[in-house]
Structures are given as C-alpha cells and as structure tokens.
Write a protein that binds this ligand. Structure first.
Ligand code: SF4
Length: 670
C-alpha cells in the first residue's frame, strides 16, 4: 500500500470511477472539487460524485472558486502526489500545475487528439465513430485537452450503444487506466509523454439540449444515431404540433417506404409507434405515448416546427361526393369499394402498349420471385372483400388465367364468401368448361381486353393472341350467359390509341352487335417513368382533372392495389411498387385502408396538395382519373343491358336471336 495522496477535480460519472481507482491504487484522496449538480446523475446508475466522496469522509468543494488563493494554499499544504482531472468542467488553472513532485493528469473519454471538447461521447455515437473511440490519460497543461498522452485505450462502440451505455463502458476502461497509472507513479515510474499530433485534432462543442431535436425528414440511420447520441440525456425529443414529445426508445424497423410524409405516425405497435422517416421508418416509444385514440382522432405528424398534420375531420364521412367537395366515397369509409389484385405477372401476349411488356419496363423481372399470388393470400383478400361486399378486381401484370392454381376455382371461392368479382382477361385461355363455371358461380363482370374489331389490328395491338379464338370465346360466353340467365356482365375494353383513332365507333358497334353489355373506351396511359411508353400514341389526351390546380385524384378515396406479394400500393399508377402501405399477410385491408398513411394521402389530395407527393407529382395518369367513377357507371350500364337482353329473350320464348345492344358505350375511362 502506498502512502500517496491525490486531489481529484471531477464530475459525476468519470469522477466516481476515478475516485475509486485512486483509492484502489492505495491513494489517499484528500479533496474532491466538483460542480454542484442539480439532480441525480442522468446517464447511468451512479451516485453523485459529491455524495460518494462525502460518504467516504473526503472533503468536497462544490463550484469552487479556482482563482481563490486560499484554495491553492490548501492544496499545496496537502501536497498531493497526483492531481487528477476526470472530466472537470473547466481547464485546471496553471497555478495548480507544474509543482515539483506532483503528477498532473487529465482524463478524456476519447482518443486524443480526436474529439477534444466537453461531451465527446455524444458526437462519437452520432458520427457512428469506428476509429476514435476510447479513453486517454494525458499530462495536464493550462490549456485543456492539449497535453502529452500518458496512456490510451480503444473501446468499440456497439451499434445500439447510447451515450449512456458508451459512457459506462468508457468509465470502466478509465478506471483501469487510472489505477494502472497511479500505481506506476506510486512505484516512482515515469509515465510516457507522447505529443499529440496537431494535424489530427478534431474538436466538438459541448452538446446542447437542442442537439436532441429529432427531425424525421432525415435518413433513418441519422435519426437513429441522434436518438442514441442524446439518450438518456438530455433526451431526444420532437414535436406533435405544439406539444413536445420525448423519445424514450427507438428501433429501425423497415426501409423502402418513400411516399408518405416524414414524421407521419403510420401505426401503433405495442407500446410504440412506427414513424416514417425520409427513407424508411423507426419504431419509437414516446412520452407521452401516442394512443389509439389519438390516431383515430387525427393524423399525427412529428415535426420540428408547427404541426403540419391535416385533421381527419371532414375527410371521412358526411361528404357529398362532388367535384366541389372532395372526400372519401360514401361506402368506402371503412373498406375500399374496389381491391385491385395483381394475381399474375407472366403473360402470353406482347401488347406493344402494355406497361409490363418487355421493352416497356422490367417490372416482370422485379416480380420474378413472386409471379403468382399465393392462393392463401388470394383467399384472405377475398374473405375481407366478401365481408364488406366490395369488388375484388382480378388483374395483374399478366394474364390472370395463367395462374397455375385454378383461377376459376379461386374466383368461385371469392364468390362463395360474398366478394364481388371483376375479372380482367385477354380471353385466350377461356375454354368452354371454364366459361361455364365462371357464369355458374356468379362472376359479376368479365372484361375482355380486345382493343380492336378486326384480325389485322388485333394482331398488332394484341400481339401473340388469336382473333378467332377471342371471337369464339366472347360469343360463347354471351350466348351462354343469356341462355343461363346468369348474372355476369360481359364487357370488352378498347384502349383509345392511335391505331384505332379513326375506327373507334366501328369497334364499339362491332362488339355491341355481338351482344356484349358494354364497350369501355379506356384512356391511353403511359404510367410515367414506370415505363418507356410514349404518350404520343394516345388518341384522346383530353384530361378529366386539372392536375395543375391540384384537383384531387379520386383513387385513394375508393380503391387500393395489392401486388402478388400481398403488399398494398396506393394506386394503380404505382406498378413498380414504390409505395408500401402495409401487407395483407400481417394486417387487414381495413386496417391499412383506414390507417394513417392512406389518411395522409387523402388529406394531401383533399387539401389540393397532392402535388407535394413525389409519386403523384410525376403521375401523368392523375389527369385521367374521374370523380364520376366511370367503373361504377360501366357496371350499371352493363347490368341494365344484360337485364334487358334477358328480359327480351324471355318474351321471344326461345327466339334464337339476341338483340343488338342498344346501350351506348360508356364514357371513356382510365
Ligand atoms: S395522382 Fe397518380 S400516383 Fe397519385 S394517387 Fe392518383 S393515380 Fe396514384
């Protein structure tokens, strides 16, 4: 046991471990100079230095006047062998240093000359510092942090370290270093003196409370690091409107959701909430907690400034569905009126203006791992559509009838659970047996994509398919439907593209004469940057909506899209799956539809701010969406025609001719 004496300048934390290390090395600590600290040590479980020193019978001076000559005289009279500054609040003045026989050491929780400054651990965590984390013992000089290095030890920062856990680790290492150095001095050994490399200096200022302000419009990783770097003290925080919200824990949960507003609380998850960041999401626990009631009442958007969430009030329910007053379509408050499901990505055709055709996009390659929807997912979706009596629109990036499971059996299932079903098909894979079953199960509507009324045009616009086969299928289905008096609407659709610019009327007449219930004239869409399709092929570019005026897009107000992976996308424009509003494997469609992300999307459009959303801003198809909901008009018109035809046939008592459809083609729809 040495009979050495020490004086400690220190703050709670590193000061406590230094005090214990000095005593463990056999030093008598005659005086502790520290700061008057207002509350408990905030970083980890540790006594206040002043309390611990007093409990040990050591004299403590809090907030001492370092200029007081009496203090210098006291210390000189005590004649310490070692003066140690373990993260003191100021540099130790020169009058205490340079005394013969007195070693003067400083402790810095960084690898000097890196991270000079008062709170290096905050910045090391924030900077994901891989190289400059550790502890330095250095010879004190009147200028803080600059003396020669006596000892140094590296410490690794873990990916989930907070400022608190890192300080704890460094304090343990510092304790060993102080003890070893003190013992060497006690043995009369000299400590090394390695000058600091002035070229390698980095200096970081003292962290302030504002360094804990979390702005969710930054990358996920940066936010997560800032939360760690300011936890548990002074504590990360953000704002919900004017309310300050503390963040008490965080975890990176997902990436790749780009299209909703950063800061938007997307959902609750246990005691925490999942918040959108610039490039992903974080699960955070907050104080006060964001409750289910909060989320049900309004959109919650965390921000560093004024609240930007748009109240839900007025968006859902009670809104007259007109162009003047936009809002969710009556009947879609809880569940979309139409769920558009991409059942299949492969196709047996090579239509030149299809967004999925090779050369127009590589979307099929992106879905190479999920070319067909899992029948179990299909049934889950059908169940929920059935529960709400909504339409399940069977479509995709390919031909639905190519699904390796029996697509007709899946449709039969959907009908059996009460879902309304609209099948989009090219009609090439519809043998009579399948057509019969579709009619028998009450398929609500089959839409044959025909795009032509003669074999030559058909061979161009529906490349790879056979005109005669199409004609035979549609004819059979119409006749059989009428004979069976089945409730299936049979419609065809034609894309209004340049090749049919001058023949649209003849095409419509041809198919109505054949007996279909309706001919849908579809707008020519390009899907913007999702494809290489040229808008010049459109034969009818007249818009429905004034996008430049921010006239809201109706799609998020009545329908949603699901891909073959079960991922919900906001709309049919997002065929490459940029958005991710949830997955039906984990959540119900209702939850997703009424969740904060859809609400936010609707709020933006309802406020005529849809152009703020990157996806919508670049969406050329927005202008072709219609608030008159032409798809419902098609259903009504087709149904009226079907009933008239069947009624007429009844009157004719087995007459073998079916009247030419008197129904005019519907308004063009997108
Ligand atoms: S504007 Fe385009 S991208 Fe936006 S919701 Fe409508 S269809 Fe989708």
């Amino acid at each position: 046991m040495s009979s050495k004496k020490a004086v400690l300048f220190g703050l709670s934390g590193f000061g406590n471990t230094a005090l214990r290390a000095l005593r463990a090395a056999g030093y008598e600590v005659g005086l502790v100079l520290t700061r008057k600290e207002p509350g408990p040590f905030p970083y980890y479980d540790e006594k206040r230095l002043a309390d611990e020193a007093r409990e040990l019978g050591i004299e403590v001076l809090e907030d001492p006047d370092l200029g007081d000559k009496g203090l210098k005289a006291r210390i000189d009279a005590y004649a310490p062998d070692l003066l140690l500054a373990a993260t003191f609040s100021t540099a130790v003045p020169h009058r205490f240093l340079g005394v013969k026989g007195r070693a003067c050491l400083g402790l810095q929780p960084s690898l000097l000359p890196a991270y000079r400054g008062a709170t290096p651990t905050t910045w090391m965590v924030l900077n994901q510092e891989p190289q400059h984390c550790g502890v330095t013992l250095y010879h004190l000089t009147p200028k803080a942090f600059v003396g020669d290095i006596a000892a140094q030890r590296e410490v690794t920062i873990a990916a989930d370290d907070t400022d608190g856990t890192l300080r704890r680790k460094l304090a343990d290492v510092a304790a060993e270093m102080v003890r070893e150095a003190a013992e060497r001095l006690a043995r009369g050994e000299e400590l090394p003196r390695i000058p600091q490399d002035e070229k390698a200096i980095t200096f970081f200022p003292k962290r302030t409370r504002r360094d804990g302000l979390i702005k969710f419009d930054e990358p996920t990783r940066n936010i997560y690091d800032r939360i760690r770097a300011t936890s548990p003290y002074p504590g990360p925080y953000t704002y919900w409107g004017d309310r300050e919200i503390e963040i008490t824990a965080a975890e990176v949960v997902e990436t790749g959701t780009f299209e909703v507003e950063p800061g938007l609380v997307m959902r609750r998850s246990g005691n925490s909430v999942v918040v959108k960041t610039r490039d992903g999401a974080l699960r955070v626990e907050t104080r006060p907690a964001i409750t289910s009631e909060d989320l049900a009442r309004e959109l919650v958007v965390f921000s560093d400034h004024q609240k930007i969430g748009i109240p839900k009030k007025g968006l859902v329910g009670g809104i007259v569905h007109t162009r003047e007053t936009y809002g969710i379509e009556p009947g879609a408050e809880e569940f979309p009126k139409m769920v558009v499901l991409a059942t299949v990505y492969p196709c047996n055709a090579k239509c030149p203006n299809c967004p999925y055709t090779e050369g127009n996009s590589d979307i099929r390659l992106k879905y190479a791992d999920a070319p067909f929807v899992d029948p179990a997912i299909f049934k889950k979706i059908a169940d929920e559509c059935g529960q709400y009596g909504s339409f399940l629109r069977i479509t995709g990036g390919g031909e639905p009838m190519m699904h390796p499971s029996d697509m007709v059996a899946l449709i039969e299932y959907a009908r059996s659970v009460g879902a309304k079903v609209w099948l989009n098909t090219n009609g090439s894979l519809m043998p009579k047996e399948k057509a019969d079953r579709l009619l028998a199960c009450g398929l609500d509507q089959v839409e044959f994509s025909v795009d032509a009324a003669d074999p030559a045009t058909y061979a161009i616009v529906r490349a790879g398919l056979d005109w005669d086969s199409l004609l035979e299928t549609v004819t059979y289905m119409v006749e059989e439907r009428n004979r069976q008096k089945s409730s299936t609407n049979i419609v065809v659709s034609v894309i209004n593209q340049d090749i049919v610019r001058d023949s649209m009327d003849q095409i419509v007449k041809f198919w109505l004469d054949l007996g279909v219930d309706e001919v849908i004239k579809r707008k020519f869409l390009t899907w913007g940057s999702n494809t290489g399709i040229d808008a010049d092929h459109s034969a009818d570019p007249t818009p429905y909506l004034d996008k430049t005026e921010g006239e809201p897009c109706p799609y998020p107000f009545h329908r949603l899209n699901i891909d073959s992976r079960g991922k919900v996308e906001v709309c049919g424009f997002d065929i490459t799956g940029r958005t991710n509003l949830g997955n039906v494997r984990d959540q119900s469609i209702r939850e997703i539809w009424t969740g904060p992300m859809f609400e936010w999307w609707r709020a933006k459009h309802a406020a005529r701010q849809g152009g703020d959303i990157p996806l919508c801003r670049e969406c050329p198809d927005w202008q072709y969406r219609s608030w008159t909901h032409n798809w419902e008009k098609v259903m009504r018109t087709a149904k009226a025609h079907r009933l008239r035809v069947i009624e007429w046939a009844e009157h004719e008592k087995g007459g073998d001719s079916i009247p030419a459809g008197p129904t005019p083609a519907s308004e063009p729809i997108s």
